[in-house]
Structure formats: C-alpha cells, structure tokens
Write a protein that binds this ligand. Structure first.
Ligand code: SF4
Length: 409
C-alpha cells in the first residue's frame, strides 16, 4: 500500500457487509462500482459489458431490474458473472422480489421511488432471509415528496432523513445488512450530505455524484465530490456516474483509488511533463502514443514521458521508467538513471520493450543491464542543450534592440 494513505484523514470505521464474495466497509479495500447500460434481458450483451467493466476495475456491477424479462436475464447473468451483481430497483416491489429470486448478491432501493412501508419491509425481510444486503440509495433528484416538502427542498438534512426513515423500516424487521448513498448532482450538496451521513450512521457509504454528465466535466465533478470525501476518510465504495461508456466509469474509479494510494496499482500510471520552451519533442504526441501502446497490458508501473533530457530524468526520478527527448534521441531512464539512448523515432517502441522487461525482471536487474555509455552520452547531450540558446522564437533579441535604439535616441 502506498504511504500516501497515511497522509489522508484515517478512514472512518464502518460496519462491514458482504456483497457476494466482496466485503464492503470496515477494513475492506474501498471498492469500485459501475452499472451496465445494456437491456438486462440481453444476457450475452450484458455479460460482455460486465466482463469489460470488471477488466477496467469494477469490483461490483449493478444492472437494472425494471421488468420481468430483466429479472429472468439476471437469473442467467448472476451465475456467469465474474463479479457480484446488484439489482437496481425503483418503483416495483415485485421486481425487487424477482431479483432476489434470480439470485442477485445485492439490491439497491430508492426510497423516493419505492415508498410503501409494507412493501419496503417485505423486501427487507426477504433479503434478510437470503443474506442479501441492500443499498439505501437516496437521490436528491428523486427525493420522497413528503421529505422534500418537510425540509423545503433537497437539503443535506433531507437526504439523510430519507435514509434514516428507510433504516428504521429495515430495523423493524431486524434487517441491518445495509449500505447507504445520499447522491446529488451538485458537488457541494453531495459533500455536505455525506459528511452528515457519516456522522449519523456507521453503515458503509457508497459515494457518487449523480448525473455528472459526459467527460471531461463529468469526471471533474465526480472526482471533486468523491475525492474530497475520501480524503476526509469518508466512503467505502464509489461510483462515477458518467454519460459515457460505463467502462470509463470503472476505469476512473480504479484510477482515483490508485492515485490516492487507496488501492494497489494494477495497471499503468503514465505521467508526462506539461512541456515548455525546452521541449525537444512533441510531448503530447509521444505521451499519447505511449499511453496507447502501454495501457491495458497489466503493467503496474509508473512511466514518464519528458520533453527534454536537461530536466526530464531528474524531474521524473520517482517514476519506475521514463524517456526524455534531446538531440533527436530518446534517453531511457529507470528511477532517474539513464540506461539506454535510442533514436527519437524509436522512443515509444523502446519504452514498451523496457516496460515489459522491467515488470518481468525487476528494477535492480534492469539497472544492472544498463548500457554503460548511456549516462555519459546523456550528460553530453544535456550539456550541449544547456549551452544551446536555440532560435529566438519570441523575437526577444529583436525587441531588445528596438528598446535600446529608442532609449539611445
Ligand atoms: S521536462 Fe523539460 S520540456 Fe518538460 S517541462 Fe521540464 S524542462 Fe520543460
């Protein structure tokens, strides 16, 4: 585990529940969720998407259960899914019961949409009998009308009250196997609601900014809300709600947790310098090509693409592997040490080959296999570039001449 975890506020202690084989809450790793966009009745299409989501980082996947055909689809999907399946229920109690019959490992109920006390208790009783947990999924946009009226709107207090009422119904039938979400599309509202919920309940919290929209704005909103709370130690499972291929949601969720040091890295972390006047290569083009070539290979390393050999290897010395441009060459480095120099047009190819070897053989072995002349060649290139003032692209010298001429008049 990355030491950055110790720099965040310690995680709030919650009860632990199990969604199938996946633990949520307590000291379990924070999990990533996403939701399928296929018709649940389309068994093969839905399973293909579930496999894609799992490969992108989803630990749990939710599917809608909105009709009899969807429930029947779930009966075939659940046994073949690589991850536990949660059924999303809105208005129909029969759909919740049918999803339980289908064998789902979790339910999500929206208290704003499934409102009858007896029906809610019936679902809780059936879930309890089968050991299936339920998420109380409160949503600011579909808050129970009575609560909306009582609080004068979808306030943080109103969202938490909705969850509290549902919890009380569950408690009446002795059901406590619960996680809670209080989502909103407004980041400040969502953050305030979750802070309040974390004080009010010790159940695991499922974080999300709902209806965040398409990327990049949707990603920014999701990250703003989820990361703020995670940094405060709040949250046990997360979902990005993007208007995009759900694989993007799963990938973003996993990447956020890895970036915060809350989950082990399982794939590439590509970093690149922002480029500047010193850049000796088109950093955006090289970084994009490197990302495309390296991503999805299951290489759990940090790789840096740097625009110049003058500062690049030093600035990215924390990266496992990197490449820095200069004098039409690529200077390959491991933990800041230059190990090989290649022609500029072979930068990406060399990076991919070294990344594979680094993961297979380890950092020490690859440092030991370094090309002996590489460090000296890079030092010479660096020295030459440092002394090279390059072309006066900003016409500064011309302008200075003008100023001097004017002042001398
Ligand atoms: S590595 Fe070089 S090109 Fe990239 S930002 Fe730093 S100084 Fe500029």
């Amino acid at each position: 585990m990355d030491t950055s975890e110790t720099l965040l506020t310690p995680r709030r202690v919650t009860r632990q529940i199990r969604v199938g084989a996946v633990a949520v809450g307590g000291d379990a790793p924070i999990t990533v969720q996403s939701m399928t966009t296929t018709k649940t009745a389309d068994v093969e299409g839905t399973l293909t998407q579930i496999y894609d989501l799992a490969a992108a980082g989803a630990d749990l996947v939710r599917c809608t259960c909105n009709e009899a055909a969807a429930a029947e689809g779930l009966a075939q999907i659940v046994p073949r899914s690589p991850v536990p399946i949660i059924a999303d229920i809105h208005f129909h109690v029969e759909m919740a019961l049918a999803a339980l019959d289908a064998g789902v490992q979790g339910l999500r109920l929206n208290p704003g949409n499934l409102r009858k006390e007896q029906e809610i208790k019936l679902v809780a009783q059936e879930a309890k009998d089968r050991g299936v947990p339920i998420r109380i999924g409160v949503n600011a946009g579909s808050l129970h009308p009575g609560i909306y009226e009582r609080f004068g709107g979808a306030t943080p207090e109103a969202l938490v009250e909705s969850a509290r009422i549902e919890l009380a119904y569950f408690a009446d039938v002795g059901f406590e196997d619960v996680k809670i979400s209080v989502k909103a599309s407004s980041v400040p509202l969502m953050v305030a609601a979750y802070r309040l919920a974390s004080e009010a309940f010790d159940h695991p919290l499922h974080l999300g900014v709902t209806e965040a929209g398409p990327p990049p704005a949707g990603l920014v909103k999701g990250t703003a809300g989820i990361a703020t709370l995670l940094a405060e130690g709040i949250g046990d499972t997360i979902r990005y709600s993007l208007t995009a291929d759900p694989v993007e949601e799963a990938r973003a969720g996993r990447q956020l947790l890895e970036a915060l040091g809350l989950r082990e890295r399982k794939d590439l972390d590509l970093i690149a310098c922002p480029s500047c006047g010193r850049a000796e290569v088109d950093v955006i083009a090289v970084a994009t090509a490197a990302q495309a070539a390296l991503e999805g290979r299951g290489l759990p390393i940090q790789v840096a693409v740097m625009g110049c050999v003058v500062n690049g290897p030093g600035e990215a010395r924390h990266a496992d592997l990197g490449i820095a441009a200069g004098k039409k060459k690529g200077h390959l480095f491991i933990k800041g040490k230059i190990v090989r120099v290649v022609p500029e047009d072979q930068m990406v190819e060399a990076l991919v080959a070294e990344a594979e070897r680094l993961v297979a053989e380890g950092i020490e072995a690859r440092l030991a296999a370094a090309d002996e002349s590489a460090e000296a060649e890079a030092a010479a290139d660096r020295a030459e570039l440092l002394g090279d003032r390059g072309v006066d692209a900003n016409h500064s010298i011309e302008r200075i001449e003008k100023i001097r001429t004017r002042l001398a008049e």
